[in-house]
Design a protein around this ligand. Structure first.
Ligand code: ADQ
Length: 471
């Protein structure tokens, strides 16, 4: 079998055990271990003189490097996270654009391709992950790399009207078409991309489903990322501390618990979620004292300004709810800014009566799937899920809500808190069927099968031509 080379912005730390690693890292590591290969990417450090480091463990060679401060500012903090992330999550209002940052983004992608080239064997297949690396395949072709290269987008692909807010959208999308296979989380994302290609660029969809645009042929596909349900259940069952986390009412009853776990990000709809919980307590006062809401949201990208703002906003909102509604023996909302070990999270999911997952936009949202997989089949909790999470396409037996509808979300919480066991079991079983049929292995194997089957790009364009086409 040909060797696999995974390229992602961040490489998961080597010492990260399975218990700590999220779904993606586990899936990628399993695939690499099977066929042997390289995981290539940034080590997360900012370094004045970034050297490449290489370390092999369990059949996987981890090749990592630091970024200079300039590259970090322009490529990572700038164009990736202050332009692409907000626009791809439909938040043009939070996006900024700077030519220098875009040039930095292109420069870093070129430099990574150059650095990868000497490590490659002719029949390696290359799997590239996420929005930081859209122009990576074009850069590889520019350096004469002829291997098959596939790309998976973990975040949503926006409708063309939104995408075109990025000034160099046409050039950016052209670079994306240099991949042999482009994978999306949902059919909605894939269609948005196809829409751009056919209407904006006048590209063609061929009879066999492949696309032609900018003189390039490539394929697209839908590969919803999944979880490893049996492992989640084992982790959830093995966590013994959960009884200490769920508080009791004055009568000694365990309080009904609503749980939410996210990276602290404006796309996750945290403020709207807090307001919906407050609305529940105002309109259905019988739940007061009998329910608690635990929100775990460690800060991420804390040096990007919009992330500092959302953090402040949430602290204000949490303080307001607790200040107004707390009693001496009851704190309605517990908001924790710390990251937690995976085993603890899965245990908490199992202990909680409601999983409250309400992003304003999300490529997939693995927390929704993890919450369901962690449940006790004999007494499962209820998932309340935003229609704007990719996972809502598969988890149709969740209580689907619109995160912009505060009152509607409060009503869904009320319904979930009252839901009889039989209905909870039916919904859980339906969701588990969906989770099992599209698990992490199906995602990985489906993508790699299609990438292996795609024709490797025969075109070898000259450096000069490639540079001219991207100018
Ligand atoms: P994220 O935006 O990071 O990922 P998500 O899928 O919800 O979102 O979470 C990824 C992993 O991180 C999950 O395994 C989750 O358990 C873990 N995680 C989240 N919050 C945590 C916390 N507070 N403490 C510890 N662990 C936490 C991007 C896209 C998503 C897409 C994934 C995978 O934005 O839409 O589902 O990639 O493709």
């Amino acid at each position: 079998m040909s060797r696999l080379v995974v390229v992602s912005n961040r490489v998961a730390p080597i010492e990260e055990g399975k218990a700590a690693a999220g779904g993606l890292a586990v899936g990628v590591q399993d695939a690499l271990r099977k066929s042997g290969g390289i995981w290539f990417g940034w080590n997360g450090e900012v370094d004045a003189d970034p050297q490449t480091r290489s370390e092999t463990k369990d059949n996987i060679t981890y090749v990592t490097f630091g970024l200079t401060k300039r590259d970090y500012d322009q490529y990572y903090r700038g164009f990736s996270n202050a332009t692409l992330w907000p626009v791809f999550h439909y938040r043009i209002d939070l996006a900024r654009y700077s030519r220098e940052e875009y040039e930095g983004y292109r420069r870093v992608n070129n430099a990574l391709a150059e650095r990868l080239k000497p490590l490659l064997k002719p029949d390696d297949i290359i799997w590239v992950h996420d929005y930081h690396l859209i122009p990576f395949a074009e850069a590889c072709r520019m350096y004469g790399i002829r291997n098959r290269i596939g790309f998976f987008l973990h975040i949503p692909f926006p409708a063309p009207e939104i995408l075109t807010a990025i000034p160099p959208h046409n050039e950016l999308l052209k670079t994306l078409c240099f991949y042999d296979l482009i994978g999306f989380q949902t059919e909605t994302d894939r269609l948005a991309f196809e829409d751009y290609i056919t209407r904006e660029v006048r590209g063609l969809v061929r009879a066999d489903g492949s696309l032609t645009a900018y003189g390039l042929n490539f394929r697209t596909g839908v590969y919803p990322i999944g979880v490893v349900p049996d492992e989640i259940r084992r982790q959830a069952e093995s966590y013994k501390g959960r009884r200490n986390v769920i508080s009791r009412t004055a009568d000694g009853e365990l309080r009904k618990t609503i749980i939410a776990v996210d990276r602290l990000d404006y796309s996750k709809g945290l403020v709207e979620r807090f307001r919906a919980y407050e609305n529940l307590l105002d309109r259905f006062p019988e739940h007061r004292r009998n329910v608690q809401f635990i929100q775990i949201a460690p800060t991420s990208r804390s040096d990007v300004r919009t992330y500092q703002h959302i953090r402040k906003q949430l602290e204000t909102e949490a303080g307001h709810i607790n200040g107004r509604l707390s009693e001496l023996d009851w704190t309605p909302l517990r908001y924790l800014n710390k990251s937690h070990d995976r085993r603890i999270l899965m245990g908490l999911f199992r202990a909680a009566d409601i999983g409250f997952v309400t992003p304003l936009r999300d490529g997939m949202n693995l927390v929704a799937k993890e919450y369901v997989a962690a449940q006790d089949p004999e007494d499962p909790g209820v998932l309340v899920l935003s229609r704007f999470a990719g996972s809502a396409r598969e988890l149709t037996s969740a209580l689907i809500v619109n995160p912009y509808d505060t009152a509607g979300m409060a009503e869904a919480l009320d319904r979930a808190l009252r839901m009889p066991l039989q209905e909870r079991k039916e919904r859980y079983e339906n969701m588990m069927r969906a989770i099992r049929s599209a698990d992490l292995a199906a995602w990985r194997d489906g993508f790699l099968r299609d990438l292996r089957a795609s024709a490797s790009r025969p075109t070898l364009i000259s450096t000069k031509r490639a540079k001219a086409s991207s100018a």
